[in-house]
Design a protein around this ligand. Structure first.
Ligand code: FAD
Length: 431
């Protein structure tokens, strides 16, 4: 009999909780990855950076495993079908995987677990993507936190050496199932075309961490790590990163607390995926004007900082955090577009798209979420640009035609839009 480790958003052999438990099971370990067609087949854009990134890393894992006398099992299909088929090809004793916080993933895992249980096969999940999860950080009354500051204080007090320790998988690398590697589905077989993009290495320099607090709010600077995509797909270990941050940058560590915070919000309050965390915010009568939404998407609002952000997103799949806050606020408050439409656009485009953080960011901007900005606080995009891009360097990089005289006028006046947003919210909340 064999043990199977099913990788999903943890594409590494180093310091991987599920892999560690599989390797310690005493049985030879098969490494499985499923290109999930329930997710992939509905992606609109057939040149997708995330798919290309995953595909590249599956090849890298396969190379590493081949050097160890083993290989990846990588298949394209529905998870339930692929896992079932595997149990017919091998005598599987147990399946190990890392816990996932998304609604779809939890349902998928429950179905697979039930199917395996019928066959007498165990299904084990471990915490791996976060530092602290589920019920590890609860308030004094035992309920999940909905405000960040008390959460992060408690989180920090619980973040001991144990949570930061790497799983020593390398010590058991002779436990992989000895096999010749099988074929890996090509992008073309899954109906995708390559994008041909390269990404920053999954490392962060001591210098960046040291300067992080000072630099992170200025979009013209390389002040943030751009590790989002690696954290999304587990090509860097959160424990390795947090250990490094704990030594050098409390501010960076706090961002990792935000990341855990939003995972636990999604885990405990799954309704946030489709609804406002504060239910009464589902009643805001958004305008949802399609032509205006299209101008926002294209980066043609007449507000240079908003346009720069959207063009950076469209061209590279990434946008600086400060600018994400500005464009999200503009979309929701200035244009009165339902935050879920903006959220969905980001989900399509962001290479570091992660449902928990994206939903948290959008609900924050809408004022509808946990720890959200009060709805009557409306970012002034012009003042934001003056403060965070004082020389206009970021703007000129992404909006080269920008100069003070020739740029198209703002599509909506700030003072007017601000008042309209406040009135509309008031009306919705009074319902
Ligand atoms: P760094 O500043 O180097 O931070 C390091 C890591 O910490 C990030 O990679 C990320 O994993 C985590 N992190 C940092 N800030 C946050 C935060 N506020 N919430 C949760 N985690 C955080 N982040 C995503 O990972 N995926 C998303 O889809 C996403 N959508 C967002 C949408 C909106 C509207 C807003 C306002 C923010 C969103 N964020 C999202 C959070 C944040 O903007 C990005 O994590 C960050 O910009 C990524 O760049 P970086 O890797 O250089 O971050």
């Amino acid at each position: 009999p064999v043990s199977v480790v099913w990788l999903r958003r943890d594409l590494r052999l180093h310091d991987n909780a599920a892999l560690y438990h599989a390797l310690k099971s005493g049985r030879p370990v098969l490494v499985l990855f499923i290109f999930d067609r329930l997710i992939l087949d509905i992606l609109e854009d057939r040149r997708d950076r995330r798919v290309e990134f995953i595909h590249k890393h599956i090849h890298q894992l396969n190379d590493e495993l081949t050097r160890l006398g083993s290989g990846m099992i990588a298949r394209y299909g529905r998870p339930i079908d692929v896992v079932k088929q595997l149990t017919e090809e091998y005598t599987v004793a147990d399946v190990y995987t890392n816990y996932d916080y998304e609604v779809y993933a939890k349902e998928r895992d429950a179905v697979v677990k039930a199917m395996l249980a019928e066959r007498g096969i165990g299904f084990h999940t471990s915490k791996d993507h976060t530092l602290l999860d589920r019920d590890e950080v609860l308030s004094g009354s035992g309920s999940p936190y909905t405000v960040f500051t008390p959460y992060s204080n408690n989180w920090l007090s619980k973040l001991g050496d144990f949570q930061l320790k790497s799983y020593p998988t390398e010590a058991y690398f002779n436990h992989f199932y000895k096999t010749t590697p099988g074929p890996i589905p090509t992008l073309a077989e899954m109906n995708f075309q390559p994008v041909g993009e390269s990404y920053p290495e999954p490392i962060v320099s001591a210098e960046l961490l040291q300067n992080y607090q000072k630099m992170r709010d200025y979009p013209a600077r390389t002040g943030t790590s751009e590790l989002g995509i690696h954290l999304r797909f587990g090509t860097i270990s959160i424990r390795d990163l947090a250990r490094q941050a704990k030594e050098t940058s409390p501010t960076f560590l706090k961002e990792l607390a935000w990341r855990d915070f939003y995972f636990q919000v999604l885990d405990h309050f799954p309704h946030v995926e489709k609804h406002a965390f504060r239910r009464e915010y589902d009643n805001i009568p958004f305008r949802n004007n399609e032509a205006e939404f299209d101008r926002w998407c294209a980066g043609e609002t007449g507000y240079p900082i908003v346009d720069a952000g959207m063009r950076q997103l469209n061209q590279t799949g990434w946008m600086h955090n400060r600018v994400r806050m500005i464009v999200a606020s503009f979309c929701i408050k200035h244009l009165l577009i339902d935050w879920r439409l903006g959220e969905a656009y980001f989900a399509k485009k962001l290479r570091d798209f992660d449902l928990a953080a994206n939903n948290g960011g959008w609900q924050w901007a809408a004022g509808s979420g946990t720890d959200a900005a009060p709805y009557f606080r409306v970012f002034n995009p012009t003042l934001q640009a003056q403060k965070f891009d004082p020389q206009g360097e970021y703007i000129r990089k992404w909006v080269p035609e920008f100069n003070n005289f020739g740029y198209p006028p703002p599509m909506v006046d700030h003072a007017f839009a601000r008042q309209r947003a406040i009135d509309t919210y008031k009306r919705g909340l009074a319902k």
